[in-house]
Design a protein. Structure first.
Length: 278
């Protein structure tokens, strides 16, 4: 069926999708396939508030979902993304429901997943437009960031107990914004190791914390008061959904990073929280 026809009536495909991660739900919305959604997580609703006005069942996420709650809404496709628990997905498969699992690590992986999802829901044209939008946005920031030869060292943290570096796609975004990512993406580290590297910029985007990372308390508890980033006031919180959700919302995360790394080149972002603003 041609895309133009199914875009007018997404249900014509007969898909009943259960989305277990916000990145999937956000992508479906951009592809014009939100009407195929029969179940999603509460995190999806937080990322896309319009779902509150839709007849969509709220279920647990990729890690905690059960076969019983998913089969109750009778999906014919469950889409999950990392982190997920293999035992839960295996139980769903044994019940006869197809499961599509995604495990992106890099921007290239996210692009491939967007293309795959677009193919599954027969929205290839919209998928290619979304990919082009992301590529263009990243390229534009990269060109602007390249105007500065100095590349500040940036520590990005995804979780605080234990300390975990942000994912590889965040490291790529830091590079695009004209910075150098400190440490190994996705791996644990220590307060001592971070202090030894003395980054120029500290960026926190804790999973599930929104924009509420207690920056001043974190700096004090870790004894980081003398770090270059702290003394120069370059300590920031980027909203969780902008950096930890592998979807087009990463463009907002990139805009936040660009402001934090090269404030003389990029305009302030309204959702970027600075330690000086607390």
């Amino acid at each position: 069926m041609p895309e133009s026809a199914t875009l007018r009536d997404p249900k014509a495909l007969g898909l009943r999708i259960a989305s277990l991660q916000p990145s999937i739900t956000l992508t479906l919305e951009r592809l014009g396939r939100l009407d195929a959604l029969v179940a999603c997580t509460r995190y999806c609703v937080e990322a896309l508030p319009e779902l509150r006005n839709r007849p969509v069942k709220i279920v647990a996420d990729s890690w905690s979902s059960t076969m019983e709650e998913l089969l109750a809404v009778q999906p014919n496709l469950v889409i999950a993304s990392v982190p997920y628990r293999m035992e839960s997905l295996a139980a769903i498969l044994r019940a006869g429901c197809p499961v599509l699992t995604l495990a992106p690590h890099t921007l290239a992986d996210i692009e491939a997943d967007n293309r795959l999802l677009a193919s599954v829901v027969d929205a290839r044209e919209s998928g290619e437009a979304l990919i082009a939008e992301m590529d263009s946005g990243i390229a534009q920031v990269r060109r602007q960031g390249a105007r500065r030869k100095i590349r500040p060292h940036v520590y990005c943290e995804e979780w605080g107990k234990p300390l975990i570096h942000s994912q590889p796609w965040v490291a790529e975004l830091v590079g695009a914004a004209g910075g150098e990512f400190v440490g190994e993406p996705g791996k644990t580290t220590t307060a001592q190791d971070v202090a030894a590297s003395d980054p120029d910029v500290l960026v926190f985007a804790w999973c599930g914390a929104g924009d509420r990372v207690p920056l001043k308390r974190v700096v004090k508890q870790r004894g980081w008061q003398s770090l270059r980033a702290v003394t120069e006031g370059r300590v920031y919180c980027v909203p969780d959904e902008f950096l930890n959700t592998p979807a087009h919302t990463l463009l907002e995360g990139l805009a936040c990073l660009a402001t934090a790394i090269h404030p003389d080149l990029f305009p302030p972002h309204p959702r970027l929280v600075s330690i000086d603003r607390l």
